[in-house]
Design a protein around this ligand. Structure first.
Ligand SMILES: Cc1cc2nc3c(=O)[nH]c(=O)nc-3n(C[C@H](O)[C@H](O)[C@H](O)COP(=O)(O)OP(=O)(O)OC[C@H]3O[C@@H](n4cnc5c(N)ncnc54)[C@H](O)[C@@H]3O)c2cc1C
Length: 394
């Protein structure tokens, strides 16, 4: 056998799983058809959406707050400079209706011991000087943070290599079979065998599942971003808008075949979504659109314009700055919008960690840790009940 465990996919989920397995002394081989951090995990906005453990932590809190602790460990204990900062986050409120929604959401979350505050524009601008004073207000989340996505995913793989991980990049998995309790993973560069396999192939997880006749209902959703030229430090926290969550609260699905919480129905926009920050290297970066366009990563120029207008409503300094570059990536959205993390039914020692959607960078580290824990102990952490792939089994 080549290893105890083969992981398919070198994004944040696969690299974190590899790190936690290798750190526990499990012999692990990671395969990626491209490079480590070559897909969504390397090109995302870098926002970490943790708002506290709350009174009764469930899967979301384990993934967000658990990941936050792992980001801290990578940078503060293991010494990797991943540009992590617990910078806080500001979510802009544009209308009176959005304000009422934000108010009840913040009151409810405070009752449940989450760390959200409703700030007037004046209070918010005292903390984040470029915010627009003429909006209705901002939700402030001091626990949220940011990190460089490419450096972070690379840091997981380096830490895992240090702990004994073997990695093969430019190695595409093209088939999987099992015999006598051994998994045989066929690639363009030859075959590998292991006792266990973890599918961590992001937006391509469904394709890998099909190789063993398993339905992993994860669809690719394209997200795109743009950036300014580098500027001196002007934006310190991460920036968002409540417009999309207000819309999705009122209309949860665009249709019954698409994953929830998209910005488009076909080519038609249904809402505007917004996230952004300033990188350490100075570029202010923003994005938000979520389109169901298959595996196409082509940029929708009109969408970039809409997003820039939206961002400029929150940070007026952006209106005078040209777009200097654009890029895109594919997010793994499950059919019900929830993560897919756990043991695949009816197949011994076959696992999946996927469906992390639009917040897989901030949740991937803990998702990888939880799947590594399941592979090592053979027993699921109770919070994984919510992400159990068995919910899709027929
Ligand atoms: C524009 C954009 C902005 C985003 N912003 C944020 C944000 O601010 N915060 C946040 O938390 N999340 C954000 N996300 C979401 C986040 O990036 C993803 O949820 C996360 O990176 C998914 O990680 P993953 O490891 O599951 O998948 P990926 O990073 O896609 O990794 C999967 C890997 O599997 C490999 N693979 C696929 N098929 C095969 C095969 N047959 N053989 C071998 N290897 C294979 C691929 O090459 C790839 O490297 C954003 C995403 C995008 C696109």
């Amino acid at each position: 056998m080549n290893a105890d465990v083969i992981i398919i996919g070198g994004g944040i989920a696969g690299c974190s799983a590899a790190f936690h397995l290798a750190e526990s002394g499990v012999s692990t081989l990671l395969l990626d058809r491209g490079e480590i951090s070559g897909e969504a995990s390397g090109v995302n906005m870098g926002g970490l959406g943790a708002s506290g453990w709350g009174n009764s932590p469930g899967l979301q809190e384990y993934l967000t707050m658990g990941s936050l602790n792992i980001f801290k460990k990578l940078q503060l204990e293991l010494g990797y400079d991943i540009e992590f900062r617990q910078s806080g986050s500001f979510t802009a409120i544009h209308t009176e209706n959005q304000y009422s929604y934000a108010q009840s959401m913040v009151i409810e979350s405070q009752k449940n011991a989450f760390n959200l505050q409703l700030l007037s524009p004046y209070e918010a601008k005292s903390l984040e000087p470029e915010l627009n004073l003429d909006l209705f207000g901002y939700i402030y989340s001091p626990t949220r943070g940011q990190a460089d996505p490419y450096k972070t995913t690379q840091a997981f793989s380096k830490a895992a290599l240090h702990a004994g991980l073997k990695v093969q990049t430019t190695t595409e998995v093209i088939g999987i079979t099992s015999s006598d309790s051994v998994w045989h993973v066929e690639t363009n560069k030859g075959n590998n065998a292991a006792q266990s396999v973890v599918i961590a192939a992001g937006a391509w997880s469904k394709n890998i599942g099909e190789m063993v006749g398993v339905n992993i209902p994860v669809k690719p959703v394209v997200g795109q971003m743009w950036s300014t030229e580098p500027l001196p430090p002007r934006v310190f926290g991460t920036i968002a808008s409540i417009e999309s969550s207000f819309h999705w609260m009122e209309k949860p699905y665009v249709d019954d075949k698409s994953p929830p919480e998209l910005t488009h129905f076909g080519d038609e926009r249904v809402t505007r979504h917004l996230y952004g920050r300033q990188r350490r290297s100075g570029e202010i970066i923003f994005g938000g659109d979520r389109r169901n366009s298959g595996f196409s990563k082509s940029i929708d120029a009109a969408g970039i314009e809409v997003n820039k207008t939206h961002a400029s409503e929150v940070l007026p300094l952006l209106s005078g700055l040209p777009v200097s570059s654009t890029w895109s990536g594919l997010m793994p959205f499950s059919d019900d919008g929830k993560p897919v993390i756990g043991r695949i039914p009816k197949h011994d020692n076959l696992f999946v960690v996927s469906g992390l959607g639009s917040s897989g960078f901030g949740r991937g580290p803990a998702a990888g840790m939880l799947i590594a824990d399941l592979v090592c102990r053979g027993e699921s952490h109770p919070v994984l009940l919510e992400s159990d792939p068995a919910r899709f089994a027929s």
